[in-house]
Write a protein that binds this ligand. Structure first.
Ligand SMILES: *[C@@H]1O[C@H](CO)[C@@H](O)[C@H](O)[C@H]1NC(C)=O
Ligand SMILES: *[C@@H]1O[C@H](CO)[C@@H](O)[C@H](O)[C@H]1NC(C)=O
Ligand SMILES: *[C@@H]1O[C@H](CO)[C@@H](O)[C@H](O)[C@H]1NC(C)=O
Ligand SMILES: *[C@@H]1O[C@H](CO)[C@@H](O)[C@H](O)[C@H]1NC(C)=O
Length: 389
């Protein structure tokens, strides 16, 4: 017991020293609102604008869709899904519809639900030939309607390719060199970077070439062993891995982000102050994550943690974000609107009617409307055909 205490104090000092030398200090900022229920395995979707969609989960949120408003810090119920959605994956087509891949009752996870965010309708559109729970799903490219689904309970080393418009599938059997399961991954150009249970032996990042569907390990084999459910985001430069590993060896701390560089293949631990788990507590199921480019923030929702000291699981309901600006040497230039002295609310952008400004506590956040829409100052929404003034 004494040894453990001393050891963790020592590692805190090391982390603190890192902050001082690098001058980089990322901090968790908690939202004033929480999820409607404590929840793990929520799936997120974000494209542009103010809304982050939250789909499904392991418990009370498992058959519904909610939305989180970044500017007003509120969570709203949107609609029910046709069935349960737990540990599936989310993708979108080029028309802007959102798909939950892996819905179904307990024991089945082969249904595809289509959610149209313009009508808020959610329907069952396809049944896949395999269960796709705990899979990774990666679109071929940004403007493609083809998704590769792989890993997971039903197809450890197979790849199922699904067409989001025609709902047909093609499967390729035995194509992955290692078992991928309960993993996470992001697309960077025509490659996908995967972190999963399959890495327990080699602890390196897995790269999947989306053109030829070949997977290999890249970079140093120095990641912590991923044993559970991590999550990941891509900010256009780096991939960030969050959670999914236990603090057994204390080589990689728990309270921060692992930053992976898809150019050099190196990775680095970035400590984060105020992180919801630390020391002997870690995220078994990482919070759902999403990167919001306009704000350069990663948003986090819920998750489930285990505390070695108390031997207790905790399902989280926190919503929080990490601003990545301190990692960028020159800060983003912000348009000079000025929320000083203004009431909280949404205002037209001074020079671009396809954008708007949210003021909160006298701080400004600039948002883009969805493509081809303009901000309407009367209804305070982005609409088609609003005249630009
Ligand atoms: C994306 O994939 C489609 C084929 O699905 C192709 O026609 C298009 O050129 C690709 N776009 C980019 C940016 O590579
Ligand atoms: C779906 O069908 C279309 C046309 O029939 C074909 O071009 C496409 O490759 C198919 N997609 C998949 C994923 O099988
Ligand atoms: C990490 O700790 C586990 C026991 O908790 C041990 O079996 C394993 O060998 C350790 N790994 C390293 C790299 O020290
Ligand atoms: C884990 O449990 C210990 C003992 O109750 C507590 O002091 C610590 O704050 C807990 N850790 C977290 C991250 O909740």
């Amino acid at each position: 017991m004494h040894f453990t205490t001393t050891f963790s104090k020592f590692s805190l000092l090391v982390v603190f020293a890192l902050h001082l030398t690098s001058g980089q200090l990322l901090t968790v900022e908690y939202s004033s609102v929480t999820l409607p229920f404590p929840e793990s395995s929520v799936r997120t979707f974000y494209s542009t604008g103010d809304k982050i969609y939250l789909l499904g989960g392991d418990f009370e949120m498992s058959s519904g869709i909610w939305s989180f408003s970044i500017s007003s810090d509120t969570v709203e119920y949107v609609t029910a899904m046709p069935g349960r959605g737990s540990r599936g994956t989310v993708q979108s087509d080029t028309a802007g519809n959102i798909y939950y891949l892996g819905g179904g009752n307990i024991g089945t996870s082969n249904q595809v639900y289509k959610f149209d965010p313009t009508t808020n309708e959610c329907t069952l559109v396809a049944t896949l030939p395999l269960d796709v729970q705990d899979c990774v799903a990666i679109k071929y490219n940004e403007t493609s309607d083809t998704v590769h689904i792989f890993g997971g309970d039903g197809q450890f080393i197979d790849i199922l390719t699904f067409d989001l418009l025609q709902f047909n599938t093609t499967s390729q059997v035995d194509v992955l060199p290692v078992i991928v399961n309960q993993g996470t991954g992001v697309r960077v150009g025509n490659k996908a970077y995967i972190f999963s249970e399959g890495q327990v032996e080699n602890t390196a990042v897995l790269e999947l070439d989306l053109d030829i569907l070949r997977m290999m390990a890249v970079g140093p084999a120095n990641l912590p062993s991923i044993t559970l459910f991590p999550s990941s985001v891509y900010d256009g430069r780096h991939v960030y891995l969050i959670g999914g590993y236990a603090p057994s060896n204390m080589t990689t701390p728990i309270d921060g982000l692992i930053q992976f560089d898809p150019v050099s293949f190196n990775n680095e631990f970035i400590p984060v102050a105020n992180f919801p788990v630390e020391g002997a507590s870690y995220f078994r199921v990482s919070p759902a994550t999403v990167y919001v480019p306009d704000l350069n923030r990663i948003y986090f929702f819920g998750g489930s943690s285990f505390n070695y000291t108390t031997d207790e699981f905790k399902i989280h309901d926190e919503i929080f974000y990490i601003d990545l600006d301190p990692l960028t040497p020159t800060s983003r230039s912000t348009d000079d609107f000025g929320c000083e002295g203004r009431m909280d609310g949404l205002y037209p952008h001074p020079t671009n009617c396809g954008m708007y400004v949210a003021c909160r506590n006298h701080e400004q956040i600039v948002f883009n409307c969805e493509p081809d829409r303009q901000f309407d100052p009367i209804t305070k929404t982005c609409k088609f055909g609003t005249p630009c003034v």
